[in-house]
Design a protein around this ligand. Structure first.
Ligand SMILES: *Cc1c(COP(=O)(O)O)cnc(C)c1O
Length: 489
């Protein structure tokens, strides 16, 4: 039992020991065995440096740059570095780039959409055009901001949108066109040059979501990889987001949102003086902001330098190529896309080889992959986000992948009761009551009440979600989470 506020305080060393115990059930953040959520450089000392820097600035408040100029200094340094890496700054075609540090990619995208919406107050019903492979955070931004979402499908062959379809989706109410470099699900870079051109032609802003790959694509290009143009070199690109807590290997809580110039950024800001309290001007969603993440990111960047990131990119590339070769060498698996950044994504070509079962078999062998559900004619697949820490693990993964595939074939595909699947398909999502969801969870052998430990077998859950229509999937996820999020007394 976890109790946050005991009647009498608990000694510091005991509290830390309890926290260590609590962390023991988590997936491993280091060691190159978790292919999502975490970004591990595997460089000795880098974490310690970042944590020391974090501690130095943890209690500083970025709310007021006049009170804490250090936060402003760190923010300007991080924005300058991101701008220079992404085609902006002195001597480039985008000398006037400005930006903000946000708490994460989602916040950066929400603010990009907000700035675009508020720049066009005459548009009564603003709309956002984004490929289906654009990050879910665009849908969240649209939802939060009252902007309609126009999703453009991607080609099943290239996994990118056709530029003609993007152009056709742009209308008089479109305030922003977005694309990805690369998309998270498959790691492929959208045709940014063409998309930015059609957006500019229509007089609409174009945001490039480089949250995932913005910090590594420039280094992969330096290594000779054929990275297409995607940054401020392209005149139609008006804003770019890049997460420092991904391939800049900074601890979580830092992303950068860049605009081509200050005029484009202005509607991102919120200022309020119509109350008797302190005058407030916020560039981002949070008001009180810890200096910790910024200091940690600054220390990480400064310690690694361009040479450090180039070396990390090289190691990551070796890992990507190695994993792709391992996957290609297994009968029954096929690369879904030829890797062009840091994602290795594969599908099953054998009906007897269930990917969700394979993911569980890999978990049982200590490898944590990310199953992705089928969507819009695109098949279910397994996604691997690859970081530098994976390089020394590739051969070991290859061996375990083969035995996991054999085990998954022996186990056979998950078969859920036809009755359950029929119900889910026919059910209007609003009829998915908490009781019904609890019943479904129990039927799958899940006991959400016994949370604290992830279920050992996710395949039944994934199979169920995969079989459900999108609206039912969303409702099921929200209901499951609602069951997990209960106060501990
Ligand atoms: C991770 C990611 C985001 C969202 O970032 P968070 O930091 O998780 O909020 C947005 N876009 C892409 C392409 C991403 O990979």
């Amino acid at each position: 039992m976890i109790e946050a506020l005991p009647p009498e305080g608990v000694p510091a060393d005991k509290v830390l020991a309890e926290l260590r115990d609590l962390r023991a059930v988590d997936l491993p953040t280091h060691g190159g065995r978790l292919f999502a959520y975490v970004y591990d450089s595997a460089l000795p000392g880098l974490d310690e440096l970042a944590m020391s820097a974090y501690a130095l600035s943890a209690h500083v408040n970025g709310l007021d740059p006049t009170a804490f100029p250090s936060v402003l200094g760190l923010e300007n340094a991080l924005v300058g570095a991101a701008s220079r890496l992404l085609g902006g700054g002195p001597g480039t075609a985008a000398p006037d780039v400005v930006g903000s540090v946000t708490g994460g990619g989602t916040e950066s995208l929400i603010l990009a959409v907000k700035a675009a919406r508020d720049a066009r107050p005459e548009v009564a019903r603003p709309r956002l055009v984004v490929p289906t492979t654009g990050h879910a955070a665009f849908a969240k931004a649209a939802h939060y901001l009252g902007v309609a979402l126009d999703q453009v499908p991607v080609s099943a062959r290239t996994l990118r949108p056709e530029v003609g379809e993007v152009a056709a989706a742009i209308g008089p109410e479109t305030v922003l066109v977005a694309c990805s470099a690369p998309s998270y699900p498959y790691g492929v870079v959208d045709p940014v040059a063409e998309i930015a051109e059609v957006a500019a032609g229509a007089g609409v802003r174009c945001h490039v979501d480089a949250c995932f790959g913005g910090w590594i694509l420039p280094f992969l290009r330096q290594l000779g990889e054929p990275v297409p143009p995607f940054d401020f070199d392209l005149p139609g690109v008006t804003s770019i987001s890049v997460d420092l807590h991904k391939y800049a290997y900074a601890p979580k809580g830092v992303s950068v949102l860049l605009h081509r110039d200050a005029e484009l950024r202005r509607p991102q800001y919120f200022a309020f003086a119509g109350w008797p309290g302190y005058t407030m001007v916020n560039p981002v969603i949070s008001s009180t902001r810890s200096g910790g993440p910024l200091a940690a990111a600054y220390a990480t960047l400064r310690h690694l330098g361009e040479a450090g990131y180039l070396a990390l990119a090289e190691r990551t590339l070796v890992a990507v190529r190695g994993l792709a070769a391992e996957v290609s060498g297994v009968e029954g698996l096929r690369l879904f896309a030829e890797p062009e950044s840091t994602v290795v994504c594969f599908v099953s070509t054998d009906p007897g080889l269930d990917l969700f079962v394979l993911a569980d078999e890999l978990t049982a062998r200590g490898w944590h992959t990310q199953p992705q559900l089928s969507y819009g004619g695109l098949p279910a697949n397994i996604h691997l986000s690859v970081t530098a820490s994976v390089a020394p693990r590739v051969a070991e993964f290859g061996v375990d992948l083969r035995t996991a595939v054999e085990a998954a074939r022996r186990a056979g595909p998950v078969r859920l009761p036809a009755e359950l699947l029929g119900t889910l398909g026919a059910l209007p999502p609003e009829q998915l009551t908490p009781d019904l969801v609890a019943g479904i969870a129990a039927g799958l052998g899940l006991d959400p009440a016994a949370a604290g430990r992830p279920p050992e077998r996710m395949a039944p859950v994934n199979t169920l979600l995969d079989a459900a229509p999108v609206a039912v999937r969303e409702r099921l996820l929200a209901e499951f989470l609602g069951v997990l999020q209960r106060p501990a007394y």
